[in-house]
Design a protein around this ligand. Structure first.
Ligand code: GDP
Length: 365
């Protein structure tokens, strides 16, 4: 899973990215400081693999991971080549979902590119650039499809859809809100890989004082929430500066620090959870003395495809899966006692894997 972090310059993207990855990319108080997209691989916080790892005395405990890409350079006019130009749009095209950081913090020492703090305007500035970029992609598609549309019925149908989609974008709407039940059309739209067809999670970057009530008393956060609800998107409230501080702490210090702030979990943990949910993902687990590990799969994945995440041979030679919920396994005290109690189930190729399943795959090689 790859998430792209976007937003206007100076809203806190790099601060957030750095605390996510501690990658150490420069975070400075002027626009365009992060020119190249930075990629960071971040573990998905998961208590279950810690517990299972202890249970098996595993030599290695491997969490699922999420990849974050810090995409800098998005400014007004970017789709027309302003700022860092079009290059970064290609980077956004690669990601599964977008984390859109919006500035909701006051700090007179941090320059705002448009001179004032106005989340509604900021979000629209970025969204319009993405829509413009999509219209360009669609225009190229339209001229290509138009050539074959006179001879080819399918092409004619696609052209009709492309024109409707273009009109939709020209209304200032994102591609993800374009409604169609037509199977062909759904496939075509996916193929175009449009920027505004990706799920967006808004990160309202607030000052430290707004954390305790989750931004409820900050009007900027309210306007982000209003915008997001119209666009069916999730919002989470974060203070990038605090996250940067937290990322310097070890696990015990982190818990203490969060408690002092009156928080249950760090913003980054919340972000990863929200991303998982937004993308319809979950994890299953494999456990043993050598390694305990979490694997990411889309919700509703069947057992053979889940096995294929581990190795393509597992999917090809799939026979069956031995499955037990991790909690039941821990409560039984050992795998054999869980088996004796009949809690280890044998599941076939149609089994839909559940979040927190501990699975042992049986396969032919
Ligand atoms: P980017 O251009 O979006 O990547 O923004 P940066 O992460 O480089 O942040 C720009 C400036 O804003 C830096 O000086 C940060 O220290 C500051 N900044 C980022 N997040 C916060 C925050 O939550 N509160 C405050 N007060 N300053 C922040």
């Amino acid at each position: 899973m790859e998430l792209g972090i976007i937003g206007l310059p100076n809203v806190g993207k790099s601060t957030l990215f750095n605390s996510l990855t501690k990658a150490g990319a420069e975070s400075a108080n002027y626009p365009f400081c992060t020119i190249d997209p930075n990629v960071g691989i971040v573990p998905v916080p998961d208590e279950r693999i810690k517990l299972l790892g202890d249970f098996y005395h595993s030599k290695k405990v491997t969490p699922a991971t999420v990849e974050f890409v810090d995409i800098a350079g998005l400014v007004k006019g970017a789709s027309k080549g302003e700022g860092l130009g079009n290059q970064f749009l290609a980077n956004i095209r690669e990601v599964d979902a977008i984390v859109h950081v919006v500035r909701c913090f006051e700090d007179e020492n941090v320059v705002h590119v448009d001179g004032s703090i106005d989340p509604g305007r900021d979000i629209e500035t970025i969204d319009l650039e993405l829509i413009f970029a999509d219209i360009e992609v669609l225009d190229r598609r339209i001229s290509k499809t138009a050539k074959s549309a006179r001879m080819d019925k399918a092409a004619a149908k696609e052209l009709d859809m492309q024109k409707r989609l273009k009109a939709h974008l020209e209304d200032g709407k994102d591609a993800i809100s374009f409604k169609t039940d037509d199977e062909d059309e759904l496939v075509w739209i996916k193929e175009y890989n449009l920027l505004t067809d990706k799920p967006v999670i808004y990160a309202a970057n607030v000052g430290e004082d707004d954390l305790a009530d989750d931004g409820a008393s900050n009007p900027c956060v309210q306007s982000v929430r209003e915008y997001a609800s119209v666009h069916n998107s999730e919002v989470f409230v974060i203070c990038a500066e605090i996250e940067a501080e937290i990322s310097e702490l070890d696990e015990d210090e982190k818990q203490e620090f969060l408690e002092d702030l009156g928080l249950k979990e760090s913003g980054l943990d919340k972000l990863i959870e929200t991303s998982y949910r937004t993308l319809g993902l979950m994890s299953f687990l494999t456990a043993g003395e050598d390694e305990t590990r979490a694997w990411t799969i889309p919700v509703n994945t069947k057992a053979p495809q889940a096995a294929g995440k581990i190795h393509t041979d597992f999917e090809r030679g799939f026979i069956k899966a031995e499955v037990i919920n991790y909690r039941e396994l821990l409560d039984c005290g050992s795998y054999s006692s869980a088996r004796d109690k009949g809690l280890v189930r044998m599941e076939g190729k149609d089994y839909i894997v559940k979040d927190g399943d501990v699975i042992l795959f049986r396969f032919n090689v």
